[in-house]
Ligand binder design. Structure first.
Ligand code: GTP
Ligand code: MG
Length: 344
């Protein structure tokens, strides 16, 4: 599944500080020479690849990035301080282009790779550098130069980190709409989703992941029932599966526990490796059942399920943050067991 995560940003490097035109004023030194120092260089802006960042979504929140200006030079031979550089942390695999010309500026293929996006302006020259045998009291100095400014397009080819599984109508697309800006179609009939799509989920700054919405899976998919199970290949690179279970199915004779078991068996038939990935049960549509907790307890008991589970209402968003935070922690390698150990 080809999915390109994109962001448009603006970078403005710092201006160089002006050179200074000052003269030495000291007691007992009657005619002090020039003492104006140079201005500091403006801060530059860099992109730095970081393997802990998964998406470009932070750059849709923060579009404009500026580096500090350099300080002006001063008297007494003092040079201005340089502006601090800014480092923009981006996912490994990010491609940076000039938005106007389309020119490729950087292709950050490896962790910690750096690329200069906008160079800080050079500082001006102070009058102490203009001193010569013929001009002992120069008043010349130069101004700092402006920093580079650029409009940039960031691009990243992403793969899904988290995959959604569930019967048609379980609410997979609704969940993707609740937690990301992706807008897959939602409707109250089965097989609304025909093609997989991806959404970017942001749980905090520099903490995001990609979720895949796929068509509903039904019993017998391995034999071609429903849409078959070919689309499960889109989940092959995921690291976590969320199995959505509708606790209030329209068909009142439906048995969510039995269906959940059947669906897991379909997964196993398709690919053992996929079946063995971490998979959590997510009980959806809790807003529709007064006795949601009792229903959930019954399903857990019938399935003898001991893994992690969540209860949500994808339509109202209830419980979705907890689910996404937990998913992110697993992806970031911060499993609950590990955290307990660290705290101890
Ligand atoms: N009341 C309620 N309705 C929900 C909830 N989540 C989803 N729905 C409804 O359930 C129906 C199916 O939702 P979808 O998100 O299209 O389900 P899906 O799993 O993507 O379905 P397919 O694409 O057909 O596999 C829609 O009418 C949704 O509005 C929920 O938490 N509460
Ligand atoms: Mg759908």
């Amino acid at each position: 599944m080809k999915f390109i995560d994109e962001a448009k940003i603006e970078v403005h490097a710092g201006k160089g500080g002006d050179g200074s035109a000052a003269f030495r004023r000291e007691k007992y030194v009657p005619r002090g020479g020039p003492s104006g120092g140079d201005g500091g260089r403006g801060g530059s802006i860099w992109a730095v690849a970081n393997r802990n960042i998964n998406t470009l979504i932070d750059y849709r929140y923060a579009r404009i990035h500026r580096a500090e200006n350099g300080d002006s030079g001063h008297g007494s031979d003092k040079y201005g301080r340089g502006g601090r550089d800014v480092e923009l942390r981006v996912p490994v695999g990010t491609i940076v282009r000039d938005a106007r010309s389309g020119e490729l500026i950087a292709d950050l293929a490896r962790d910690a790779e750096r690329a200069l996006l906008a160079k800080g302006g050079q500082g001006g020259i102070g009058n102490l550098h203009f001193k010569s045998s013929t001009n002992r009291a120069p008043r010349q100095f130069t101004r700092g130069l402006p920093g580079e400014s650029r409009q940039l397009d960031l691009e990243l080819r992403v793969l899904a980190d988290v995959g959604l599984l569930g019967l048609p109508n379980a609410g997979k697309s609704t969940l993707v709409r609740a937690v990301s800006s992706a807008r897959p179609k939602v409707a109250d009939y089965p097989f609304t989703t025909l093609d997989p799509s991806l959404g970017v989920v942001r749980v905090a700054s520099e903490a995001s992941f990609v979720i895949a919405d796929i068509p509903g899976l039904i019993e017998g998919a391995a034999e071609g029932a429903g849409l078959g199970h070919q689309f499960l290949r889109h989940l092959s690179r995921t690291r976590l599966l969320l199995h959505l279970v509708d606790i209030a199915p329209l068909d009142e004779d439906a048995d969510p526990a039995r269906d959940a078991h059947a669906l897991a068996q379909e997964l196993k038939k398709y690919d053992e490796a996929l079946y063995r990935k971490p998979r959590w049960l997510v009980f959806n549509k809790i807003d529709l059942a007064q006795d949601a907790d009792a229903r959930i307890a019954r399903i857990l008991r019938t399935l003898r399920y001991k893994g992690s589970w969540f209860k949500i209402s994808a339509i109202s968003g209830k419980g979705c943050d907890e689910l996404c935070n937990a998913a992110y922690r697993l992806l970031a390698g911060d499993a609950p067991g590990k955290r307990a150990k660290r705290a101890a």
